[in-house]
Design a binder for this molecule. Structure first.
Ligand code: NAD
Length: 289
């Protein structure tokens, strides 16, 4: 297939390279010259405008920072420019309302579009082991699978247009809540006189078990290896967690859902980011307790 790839940053760079490795012809565009140069090294054909990059393609994949950018790229330079029948896949994490709006605009212009945000970080993007949660029609999902497979460990049809973003925001809100809860339980155990490693051994096999505790233990030297063992470097940045929590809060407002713990988690990550910790792994909340 001939595939346009827009947004070749930390995530998109590796994803586009995996499409090339799978034998696709990738027509790449990014605003940053450095990102484009790297894409060229990885075998992509590079272009200086989105409009040129989408010429003659079967599919357009985007991996961009936010909803405003996704909307302006598609509305200004993809709709009406990509060939009729091309499939659009937006893999960025963006707000639900914009995902639905851009998908509807694509439909009105005669294209099929899916929202296909990912779980997994830069290592999974480079390694082709992302999990894609896809929103769109059955027919669009079937077409999207072929494009996403070389970048994926799993490709799951979440439901109608926007359902991928709903899955992503709910998953990451839950992740923030159980991470904070895990940090609190570890700190309380220690302050109340229980060795944290002992608490890990007990709770990871009891009803307190969860991914943050069992697989990503946020206390240094305790339980599973995680960025906590490396000064909270690498991993999933607190700034990105805050971005995802804000999207979940906007989504909750759109849906009229009550999310008191989600709101509280957002406030906690806001304060942590404002204190200059946005670059630290999100498990570093432990250090505030
Ligand atoms: P990034 O900032 O590294 O990359 C974004 C790229 O988009 C940059 O190279 C930038 O130059 C480019 N760009 C910005 N505006 C553009 C435009 N108008 N036209 C073309 N290119 C443009 O970000 P990232 O970490 O790769 O994240 C991308 C998306 O993936 C975000 O929505 C993020 O929330 C999501 N995500 C990131 C991670 C992660 O661990 N980094 C994990 C899951 C999901």
């Amino acid at each position: 297939m001939k595939i346009a790839f827009i947004g070749l940053g930390n995530m998109g760079g590796g994803m586009a390279a995996n499409l090339v490795k799978a034998g696709h012809e990738v027509q790449a565009f990014d605003l940053a010259a450095e990102a484009l140069a790297k894409a060229k090294e990885n075998g992509c054909a590079v272009f200086t405008t989105v409009r040129e990059a989408v010429q003659g393609v079967d599919a357009v994949v985007s991996m961009l920072p936010n909803g405003g950018i996704v909307k302006s790229v598609y509305e200004a330079d993809v709709l009406g420019q990509a060939p009729a029948g091309a499939l659009f896949l937006d893999c960025s994490t963006i707000d639900l309302a914009t995902a639905r709006e851009v998908g509807e605009a694509a439909k009105a212009a005669g294209y099929e579009m899916v929202d296909a945000p990912v779980s997994g970080g830069i290592a999974a993007a480079n390694g082709g082991t992302l999990t894609f949660m896809v929103g769109g029609t059955e027919e669009a999902f079937a077409r999207a699978q072929a494009v996403l497979e070389p970048m994926a460990k799993a490709v799951i049809h979440a439901g109608a247009l926007g359902a991928g973003q709903v899955a992503k925001m709910c998953n990451n809100m839950l992740l923030a809540i159980h991470m904070i809860g895990t940090c609190e339980a570890l700190a309380l155990a220690e302050k109340a006189g229980l060795d944290m490693q002992k608490f890990y051994e007990i709770s990871s096999k009891s009803t307190g078990y969860n991914w943050s505790l069992n697989d990503y233990t946020p206390a240094p030297g305790v339980g599973a290896t995680s960025p906590a063992d490396n000064g909270y470097q690498g991993g999933f940045a607190s700034a990105l967690m805050l971005k995802d929590l804000r999207l979940a809060m906007a989504g909750a407002q759109t849906a009229g859902a009550n999310v008191p713990l989600g709101e509280h988690a957002t406030k906690i990550y806001e304060a942590f980011n404002e204190a200059g910790n946005g670059g630290k792994d999100f498990g570093a909340i432990f250090t505030t307790l």
